[in-house]
Ligand binder design. Structure first.
Ligand SMILES: [Zn+2]
Length: 252
């Protein structure tokens, strides 16, 4: 299985990171993709990628929650790293109108700029779209000329919006929220085919039931796959196979 979104570098020590990764590997999660947040998370992320070149893959981007007064300097760091070494994707990027609306204009500028870079480097875009699904859909729709690949990570839109994602040739990232009782994600999943779904944990956030409220781990990815299998009434192995193929196609 592939965890398309895990902040492994949030584990404070190398020992904690190594134990986390070993547990995930033992649970059948053989690849983990790490989204970046801002300039402060790059070094820790790259150190993990160096220790686990077969299993842990770094991405590069400025997270919308970290777009502040100094966003131009932060974007310059992203630009520098994208030119200096290879990354698996541009992320996480996007819009977050939930936590703070002070820098909405700057968030949009940063998002568009980073889509430009993703297209230039032929990389997928990992989109964070908290309380902004419609705005992100509109931006991607406008930029989609056929070669843009995007994951709407931690998808929180409606079934209709999920259909729009799929119609643009993009993907919906499904994590622990799908296991929560009040989640609309089963409905979202039934509106699209498994060919447009990828697995993610967003560790250390949003742990699936029965770990809800605790620290999340890539190790818990099978719980998410199991829930998706029950929604689609498919064997677990089929969900693992298709979502792995989807992720391999995105990060090729
Ligand atoms: Zn994230």
């Amino acid at each position: 299985m592939i965890d398309t979104h895990t902040h492994l570098y949030d584990d404070a020590t190398v020992v904690a990171q190594d134990e986390h990764i070993q547990r995930a590997l033992a649970a059948g999660v053989h690849k983990m993709y790490m989204p970046n947040c801002d300039s402060s998370t790059i070094e820790g992320m790259l150190q993990i990628a160096e220790r686990y070149p077969q299993h842990c893959f770094p991405m590069m981007g400025l997270h919308p929650c970290y777009v502040k007064e100094n966003y131009r300097e932060e974007l310059a760091v992203v630009e520098k790293y994208l030119a200096a070494r290879s990354f698996s994707g541009v992320g996480e990027v996007g819009l977050d109108f939930y936590w703070d609306q002070t820098f909405v204009k700057e968030q949009k500028i940063a998002f568009e700029q980073q889509i430009d870079w993703a297209l230039a480097y032929r990389l997928p875009v990992i989109i964070h779209s908290r309380s902004s699904t419609q705005e992100c859909l509109d931006i991607i729709k406008r930029r989609q000329k056929g070669d843009l690949v995007a994951i709407f990570h931690c998808f929180s839109g409606t079934p209709e919006q999920a259909q729009r994602v799929a119609a643009m040739g993009c993907y919906v990232g499904i994590g622990g929220v799908v296991t929560f009782k009040t989640s609309n994600l089963p409905e979202v999943l039934r509106a699209i085919s498994l060919e447009h779904v990828v697995l993610e944990t967003d560790a250390p956030y949003l742990a699936p039931v029965p770990y809800r409220g605790k620290k999340n781990e890539s190790t818990y990815l099978p719980l998410i796959a199991e829930k998706i299998a029950s929604v689609y009434e498919l064997p677990l192995a089929e969900v693992e196979r298709v979502t792995t193929e989807n992720a391999e196609k995105i990060f090729r």
